[in-house]
Design a protein around this ligand. Structure first.
Ligand code: HEC
Ligand code: HEC
Length: 336
């Protein structure tokens, strides 16, 4: 059963924030972040849940080696990613795909590059159990946490009567992840009416983004993603194959299609793409200007753009203007 989402609360928050008037208001509204991410009815966030989730997120004892935490790969100091082309897990195994940033992940309607996880509660258990990531069997984890003196108290405060289980572990981590939100960026201040918040290059870049560059066809809304899957023609290294979304839903359009990533704080999360193919935003813009590299199953929204050198650097300036005020993260004291 899918958890119910409190969309009403989300809508109200968006309206409360949308205190912008004038001709430009509607064009701005779509870029406004709702105050909070939608939550399932059985896991509404509260301070005890978020605190427990944060403690688990930073606790390396969630791994078989007691050495890898979620934050090892989703490091807040690196835009909630790892700065590597693709993740490195248990026993230094190099994973096939890049570690996505977790910024605003609570708004994603599906998770993972191929959308295989339906919600944060279920997703959280995946990397713990995966042999190549944290390599910790889940029943073993429940016993391990139950034996650490401080944990039963934390679980009891967060989920009274529910105990320490796979379910409450997933729920707590999800409650914490929903608090990992992008902060106000120069772009936001500009859209709210502060003409000096960004320079002329970023403003021109936004025009290219919505116009000649066609970026907004997929990177739409406040989180700059349509929550969809597209094949944008990214080459795999050494002739490897990654069918992407196709492995979940075997439709032709899904072949080599990956989830559109958010562009919030994107300047902080290099390298880029599902396989870390590009080290810089400049390289990403060149990719789009070429119309991608692999033409088979390519999205109909991909074609060579014919951007001038100025338009390319403007696009990069625009993307950099999406870097928000960073969340201040206080590290939890792990219980003994
Ligand atoms: C070894 C590195 C590594 C560790 C440890 C790790 N992750 Fe990830 N994470 C990844 C990679 C790589 C992906 C993308 C995999 C894919 O799409 O196939 C990912 C994807 C995700 C996503 C999906 C984000 C999105 O927007 O689609 C979430 C959420 C997430 N991880 C949370 C967690 C949590 C919670 C933990 C700890 C319980 C964790 N991760 C541990 C590397 C890691
Ligand atoms: C057809 C849909 C589509 C269009 C059009 C599009 N994108 Fe993307 N974008 C995606 C998808 C899907 C990915 C991830 C692809 C992958 O990893 O294989 C992506 C990845 C990116 C990334 C890397 C983000 C990260 O975290 O790895 C950036 C930056 C980016 N796009 C910027 C742009 C810009 C700038 C434009 C316009 C010039 C644009 N996109 C046009 C769908 C699109």
């Amino acid at each position: 059963m899918k958890p119910m989402v409190t969309l009403a609360a989300l809508g109200a928050a968006a309206i409360a924030l949308a205190a912008v008037s004038g001709a430009d208001a509607s064009r701005y509204d779509q870029y406004l972040r709702p105050a909070k991410a939608p939550e399932p009815a059985d896991n509404i966030g509260n301070p005890a849940r978020v605190e427990l989730g944060k403690t688990l997120f930073f606790d390396p004892r969630l791994s078989g080696s007691n050495w890898i935490s979620c934050a090892t790969c989703h490091n807040p100091s690196r835009g909630w990613s790892d700065g590597l082309p693709t993740g490195v897990g248990h026993g230094m195994q190099v994973l096939k795909r890049a570690t996505p940033s977790l910024i605003n992940c609570g708004f994603n309607t599906t998770l993972m590059w191929d959308g295989r996880a339906p919600n944060l509660e279920e997703q959280a258990l995946g990397p713990i159990a995966a042999a190549a990531e944290m390599n910790q069997d889940l029943p073993g984890l429940v016993s391990k946490l139950s034996a650490i003196q401080g944990y039963p108290k934390l679980f009891n405060a967060a989920y009274p009567g529910e105990g320490i289980s796979e379910k409450t572990i997933g729920k707590a981590i999800a409650a914490y992840e929903r608090t990992i939100l992008s902060g106000e960026s120069p772009f936001d201040r500009w859209r709210k009416g502060d003409a000096r918040a960004v320079d002329a290059a970023a403003k021109r870049g936004f025009e290219v983004f919505e116009g000649k560059g066609k970026c907004v066809k997929c990177h739409e809304g406040f989180n700059f993603t349509d929550n969809g899957f597209h094949n944008i023609g990214v080459k795999e290294p050494n002739g490897e194959v990654d069918v992407g979304r196709f492995a979940q839903r075997a439709l032709r359009v899904n072949y080599g299609a990956f989830r559109t990533p958010s562009l919030r704080d994107v300047a902080l999360t290099a390298p880029y793409m599902h396989n870390g193919a590009y080290a810089t935003l400049e390289e990403v813009v060149e990719h789009y200007d070429r119309g991608g590299d692999v033409t088979e199953h390519l999205s109909p929204n991909m074609s060579p753009l014919g951007l001038t050198a100025g338009e390319k650097s403007d696009l990069v300036a625009f993307m950099k203007s999406l870097t928000g005020k960073q969340l201040v993260v206080t590290l939890p004291h792990l219980p003994n």
